[in-house]
Design a protein around this ligand. Structure first.
Ligand code: ARG
Ligand code: ZN
Length: 898
């Protein structure tokens, strides 16, 4: 049942127009689909095969007359169609059951409102169709429904007609007719119908065109839409300013739903969003929520060009739109953040996600290239590899041709491909062709191995200083581990941005042997062969290399730095990313030493893994007069347990957890006075604004509070927990309140329970806040195995629901994917819980179940007894005969040999 990229064939028919009429009813919705089709003259004549899923077929007419048809593997097959190239009419009448659609793919009901989700293959759950992205049609959509229950009727494009209909059994009925002026693939179709209200904004684009922007939510949520609307206006202005891309619609709508499988969806002119990425007020949303809303609103808006105007030929090209659009939303967030330091903070956050989530994916059983070669279920390939690694691949192209060159490349891309469904090759070709003579153009074919080869390359750097010659030789060597189905790899084209520091930290001018004069203090070299040797001259002493600045390529860099060299980089590197990275490398080193050293000791948690020089360096960063608070917070946050685990061949999650907790406790104790200072200095940010500066200050104050509560646990001090509870009670924004609550929960203080109860009472009617309340408890540090019973208890809470993805994620994913110290239990009870939930969820919502099924991706790395127990749990899931394709593919790959 696997589908292969190389089997791509153009469609045998084109669908030019689609006229859809819906009679919306939760129990039985009737869909009349009138299409105009014609044979694709480039393809040999063959029957028409239309995709369909869970549809009841009532009627098929060709040019108004009955016709013969058959069903084959879920497809509707028409063999007796008119011959020749002339267009013909095909009319299909079906019904479906939105209220029973718990998969949330196709047409479904969420809290009395109809929504659709068609990407990737949900449209076939609405009507029979050529459900593939290279078939682009013009849509006219008529919605008919009860007027009282569904006052708002939305679809893509422009509202051309609306009005009353004859009364139905439930009273008055009405209709709305929408015409989309742009051709689109069916995955971008959407409709929404229900009781909604909208925030509206009229804007004028640079060219003077007027647009109506609307953000639709449930009545009562309107005051939480200001930030989303501001983010949308900022996105529109940014795409015009940076890429010259304007909004091509009179009306652009965003609609929020609380039942959604993913973050959001870029349906043409009618984006549908998870409420989590729309609704925000200072009292219910954190700074992180505000930032996520800005970036997701931007992401979906940017898809209007990179995704909608130019779309994917087939789903193997998914990163064509997703990698590019993530790159664009990252750049948008950086430009919005403003200062160079705030840009660096955003870059560090993005790299942290890539390394803690994508690198493990690339090293595990689900590893796949940015442009995969095969899949069983495409929904399983909406991954961090397609999205985040794909964005890095675009970023490297951007950096190789420069900012202006990239803008030229984008312009050429749209000149060539506007209105088309294309491939990743087409994109890279346009960027290269617009920049002849660039490093990208010169090495385009080998560069494109980033699209075809899976796995994270490793770059080993070795430096040799020759005092007599006053030269420094740097050797870079690349390799890439095997991944499933790809044993041998060709060399990657790896841009390495670098600088050299003198031992006192000053930046040295770079001069390669053979160059006439010293150049700038930073340059980018391209490692395109297995090895590259560079000799820098005129150096008075051994320099400290600062490599892969700004994370210039998605690789693992191995470099045998001494502690002293890392401390130099941490204190002085002009590149903020590498400054942060030096601290992370040191912390990682202490963690790994402690994990190895305590291999036979029960007392792992009681040790002090951090060296005094490191603690002192952390103190200096914390107290630094110039560094931004946001950057300090990143430096003072230790590498996550997941990231530490990735550095080890054999993973004992309990030991990692114990060592990291010991490191945290040591930082808390030894910097106690500094944390108290940091708290006093940053706790007051004035009136709430979610800008980069005050966000950073709140983050650092929050970290300080959690450290002070942690230190209080060892010392028995009650002052700081008391202050923290006070802060929790009196905070005027969710960031401060939630940080205080987490500080109490993560330090295990007895005030955590009353605080949690109070928090629930305050916010019991705020679904997104209740999600946080569930998630915080499910991801709390484990104390003697207490989290799993707590999680089971949470699942019995009246507000828990397995059917709501946000709620299921807040409890189950928080425990299974975000709490390794609690999930990996020697008694295997965490894995038993996981398998039960995967099976339970699979019957309701295979996409969500398949996400959860990935929590044990890295089981082969686990130490015993975890490894055997994890394999048994996966095998138990795999043994179920009626699994969805989604979960089946994940567990099959997990159990397959290497
Ligand atoms: N294209 C959407 C986005 O990146 C994601 C939709 C994915 N949906 C799915 N069911 N796989 O914004
Ligand atoms: Zn996207």
């Amino acid at each position: 049942t696997a589908i292969h990229r190389l089997d791509y064939a153009p469609p045998a028919y084109w669908i030019d127009t689609v006229d859809l009429a819906f009679d919306l009813d939760p129990v039985k919705t009737r869909v009349l689909n009138k299409m105009r089709l014609r044979r694709n003259p480039a393809v040999a004549p063959q029957p028409l095969r239309l995709d369909g899923e869970e549809l009841n077929l009532a009627r098929v007419l060709v040019n108004g007359a009955g016709t013969s048809f058959k069903m084959e593997g879920g497809q509707l097959v028409l063999e007796n169609l008119p011959e020749g190239d002339a267009p013909f009419e095909l009319e299909i009448f079906t019904t479906c059951a939105p209220a029973k659609n718990t998969q949330l793919s196709g047409l479904y009901v969420s809290g009395d409102t109809f929504f659709t989700q068609c990407e990737a293959e949900g449209f076939r759950r609405i009507t029979y169709f050529l459900d593939r992205p290279d078939v682009m049609a013009s849509y006219t959509v008529t919605l008919r429904a009860d007027k009282v229950a569904y006052p708002v009727l939305l679809s893509n494009g422009n509202l051309v007609d609306s009005g009353a209909l004859e009364d139905g059994p439930n009273g008055p009925r009405h209709f709305a007719k929408w015409v989309d002026p742009h051709k689109k693939p069916c995955y971008l179709f959407a409709l929404v119908a229900g009781k909604l209200v909208a925030r509206e904004q009229k804007i004028k684009s640079r060219a003077g065109r007027e647009h109506l922007l609307q953000v639709y939510v449930r009545p009562g949520d309107l005051e939480k839409t200001e930030h989303a609307m501001n983010s949308l206006m900022a996105s529109i202005a940014w795409d015009e300013a940076r890429f010259g891309l304007s909004l091509d619609l009179d009306r652009f709508m965003i609609v929020a739903t609380s039942d959604f499988n993913m973050g959001a969806m870029e349906n043409k002119g009618l984006n549908v969003f998870n409420t989590k990425f729309v609704l925000a007020s200072q009292s219910t949303a954190t700074d992180v929520d505000f930032a996520n809303i800005e970036s997701v609103v931007g992401h979906e808006y940017f898809h209007n060009w990179t995704g909608n105007r130019v779309t994917c030929r087939d789903w193997f090209q998914l990163s064509l739109k997703e990698g590019l659009t993530v790159f664009r939303d990252q750049e948008f967030s950086m430009d919005m953040a403003g200062s160079a330091s705030a840009r660096a903070v955003k870059r560090i956050e993005d790299v942290r996600v890539l390394r803690t989530v994508q690198f493990p994916e690339d090293a595990g059983p689900m590893a796949h290239p940015v442009r995969p070669d095969s899949y069983v279920e495409i929904n399983n390939f909406y991954t961090v590899t397609i999205y985040e690694k794909g964005a890095e691949v675009v970023r490297m192209q951007h950096n190789l041709v420069g900012r202006e060159g990239f803008a030229r490349g984008m312009k050429l891309y749209f000149e060539r491909h506007d209105g088309q469904a294309v491939t990743c090759d087409d994109f890279a070709q346009a960027i290269a062709d617009a920049n002849p003579g660039s490093e990208l153009a010169n090495r385009l074919e080998p560069f494109k191995r980033w699209y075809s080869q899976a796995g994270t390359p490793r770059v080993r750097a070795e430096g040799q200083y020759d005092a007599a010659a006053r030269s420094y030789t740097l050797t870079l060597t690349q390799s890439c581990p095997h991944t499933p189905g790809q044993a041998e790899k060709q060399p990657f084209v790896i841009p390495v941005t670098l600088g050299l520091l003198a031992p006192d930290g000053t930046a040295l001018p770079l001069q390669l042997a053979g160059e006439a004069a010293p150049g700038a203090t930073e340059r980018t070299v391209v490692l395109a062969e297995p090895q590259l040797t560079l000799t820098f001259v005129h150096l008075d002493s051994a320099p400290v290399p600062s490599l892969l600045r700004g994370f210039s390529a998605p690789v693992v860099l191995d470099c045998a730095y001494s502690d002293a060299e890392l401390l130099t980089l941490l204190a002085h590197d002009s590149d903020a990313f590498n400054r942060w990275e030096a601290g992370q490398r040191l912390a990682l080193r202490f963690a790994i030493n402690a994990i190895a050293g305590s291999a036979d000791q029960e007392s792992a948690g009681a040790e002090k893994p951090l060296h005094p020089a490191f603690v002192q360096a952390m103190r200096e960063v914390l107290r630094h007069p110039q560094l931004d608070a946001a950057f300090k917070e990143l430096v003072l946050t230790l590498p996550s347990e997941a990231y530490i685990a990735e550095q080890l061949d054999v993973v004992d999650p309990q030991r990692i957890h114990a060592v990291r907790e010991a490191m945290r406790a040591q930082l808390a104790d030894e910097l106690q006075a500094d944390w108290a200072w940091a708290w006093e200095e940053h706790q007051d940010c004035g009136a709430y604004r979610p800008d980069a500066v005050s966000t950073g200050r709140r983050a650092l104050a929050g970290l300080a509070l959690s450290m002070l509560c942690l230190a209080a646990r060892t010392s028995g001090d009650t002052v700081w927990p008391g202050k923290t509870y006070q802060r929790f009670k009196t905070a005027t924004n969710m960031t401060d309140r939630f940080n205080a609550l987490s500080a109490l929960v993560s330090s295990g203080h007895e005030l955590a329970q009353p605080a949690l109860a109070r928090f629930h009472a305050l916010f019991k009617d705020e679904a997104l806040v209740i999600d946080k309340w569930f998630a915080l408890q499910a991801s709390a540090p484990d104390r003697g195995g207490d989290v799993l019973p707590a999680v089971r208890q949470l699942m019995k809470h009246p507000q828990f629901s397995l059917k709501n993805p946000n709620r299921a994620r807040s409890v189950i994913f928080s425990y299974c994917s975000a709490n390794p110290g609690a999930f990996h239990r020697a008694d295997a009870a965490g894995y038993v819980f996981w398998a039960d939930r995967v099976l339970e969820l699979d019957a309701l919502n295979p996409q969500v179940a398949a996400r959860l099924s990935r929590a044990l991706d890295r089981w082969r790395k686990l130490a015993e007894p975890y490894r055997t127990a994890a394999r048994e749990a996966i095998a138990r899931v795999a043994a179920k005969t009626d699994l969805s394709n989604d979960v089946r593919e994940v567990v099959t790959r997990a159990l397959a040999d290497g």
